[in-house]
Design a protein around this ligand. Sequence first.
Ligand SMILES: Nc1nc2c(ncn2[C@@H]2O[C@H](COP(=O)(O)OP(=O)(O)OP(=O)(O)O)[C@@H](O)[C@H]2O)c(=O)[nH]1
Ligand SMILES: [Mg+2]
Length: 664
Amino acid sequence: MKDYMVKDIRNIAVLGHGSEGKTTLVESMLYAAGVIDRQGRVEDGNTVSDYDPEEIKRHISISASVAPIEIHGKKLNLIDVPGYFDFAGEMAGPLAAVEGALIVVSAVTGISTGFEKAWNETGKHGLARFIAISQVDREHINYRAVLDSLRGKAFTGAGKDRHEIPIPEDMKPLVEEALEACHEAAASTSEDLMEKYFDEGQLSDEEMLRGLSAGIYEGSIVPVAPVSSLDGIGVRPLLYALAMYMPSPMEHTYHGINPKTKSMHIRHADMSESFTAQVFKTIADPFVGKLSLIKVVSGVLTQATPLFNANADKPEKAAGIFMIRGKKQTPVSMLCAGDIGALSKLQYTSTGDSLCEIGKVVQYDSIVFPAPQLSMAVYAKKAGEEDKVFSGLARLCEEQPDVIVAKDPMTTETLISGQGELELEIVRQKLLSKFGADALFKDPKIAYRESIRKTIKVQGRHKKQSGGHGQFGDVWIEFSPADEGVDFEFVDAVVGGAVPRNFIPSVEKGLRENLVKGVLAGFPMTGLRAKLYDGSYHPVDSSEMAFKTAARIAYKQCINASPVLLEPIMHVEVSVPDEYMGDIMGDMNKRRGRILGMEQSDGKQLIVAEVPQAEMFKYATDLRSMTQAKGSFKMSFERYEEVPAAISAKIIEAHKADLADDEE
Ligand SMILES: Nc1nc2c(ncn2[C@@H]2O[C@H](COP(=O)(O)OP(=O)(O)OP(=O)(O)O)[C@@H](O)[C@H]2O)c(=O)[nH]1
Ligand SMILES: [Mg+2]
């Protein structure tokens, strides 16, 4: 591959709803540009982009992949981004690395949720946008209807390579209409072009290029191109239009800071500036090891560049510099401003990090990944393989920053969280295939708690005096519900030395040690007040241990203080389009939820509710199917509440059975 000037580079993310034809379009563009001599098919598992065994097995894209194409003297770095919502985490990185987006919408299904999300996200990033209406070769399509539904969002017009395509008679009116629309759109981007257009009724090619590029760059023009990737119809004109009209990185200004001095730095895609780059994706490659995919923001990178990681505040050393196309890595001696490539074996670097030169530190905004929507508990299938499982997961999480593995402080389980069940299942499969570690993903435990509802006064008397050193400890404790929000309160109300001062801390310690196991089912006790108000001791046989045991005996009698089971209640905010509100509320009621309120927000209905955590497992999956993935939700812990009696009986039984299993 030859070196390209910055002005001739086009970085383009290919986005859209799942199965709309993104990978197939990238494949047919590679073929049309002569990069590959045989066009692969997703069904045959031989496309350039979908090279991961899991992708080949499932015929969907799972991770973003880069496919550079050289055409019309330009270098188009296409990044094929998965459309399925389980892989939503794969969009954030590429959006930080590109200046343009090609959003694919199928002529069969028209605008869908994935299109809306891609449209909104690319809008937020201020990217230049093209739309490809794919699958126009399919039957029962209504191209016009799709075009009209897009009209509300974009300008219509087919990019065209005049020198190549003869126009059939019956298509002439459509092409004329599109050409006229192109002229109007180009003219609308500046006063002088508007004037010229009104005076002469048309613009020159150069003026068209200037006008359309300006409009596409500022977002007022979004070209729409019909394509059939299987037959290649419209693919070459689209390539031409992307090469001609998409902005180069030169048009952008990049803002960074020096994290230590807080000084601001402005960078341009200029080879004379110092080298800076951002890592937008990390791949754990079985052969070259860790690969960090980078977008060179400014300057030039060679093996001699003194690399520095601004986020880790550490010098870095790359084993190699590569150009990437699908799974193929081609070693190169340098990467220039504006271009996309990869570095191998960086030690301290993760996705989102900024790389620069030692002594010329610039850090760009980190990449924000979507918050996890679903969690599962992780166990090694075979005892003793825990390390293998968790070290493998740590490696895989480097590749997928939206997947998080962390200990749940409430249940001490290790949880893996991500966008959806499919994403987590694929992580589990990769753990097995790449690292030979077999894991079990289960529904996480609920951090139930126990408490008491009644006040009782009880005695805990421990006496063992059968030869040798005896043991004696005797306490009277009043157990009662503590104030709201208090976990445990110990009150020393001993008078007259009934329990010697030095043993009172042992009573408290004894109680605290036992609180981890409630009297009802063995869940941790909370909201308990223990007032030690009397007792007795033996001058010889009393000891710390004896009083701890006495405390335990007293504590066990909390079973008579109307103990109850408490469950975590979550504060849930669900954002959905109006038409789904009824379903969501009905579903919330089925989950023992309490609707607190509804309000309009961002053009959607925001439903606020409180729902038991136990009813919210896999809510991400259910919400997606109830709202065709148009809904989103946020959830956070609110408080503990009593579990209804009927439900608590089942939970207690199940937990006792679990504890019995653990003891075996
Ligand atoms: N007839 C026809 N089928 C197409 C065309 N483009 C894609 N397909 C088919 O549509 C299906 C999905 O295509 P993909 O390219 O995998 O779609 P995608 O958008 O990459 O899907 P994800 O990566 O899973 O989001 C495959 O069966 C393709 O063969 C087209 O232009 N015409
Ligand atoms: Mg795909």
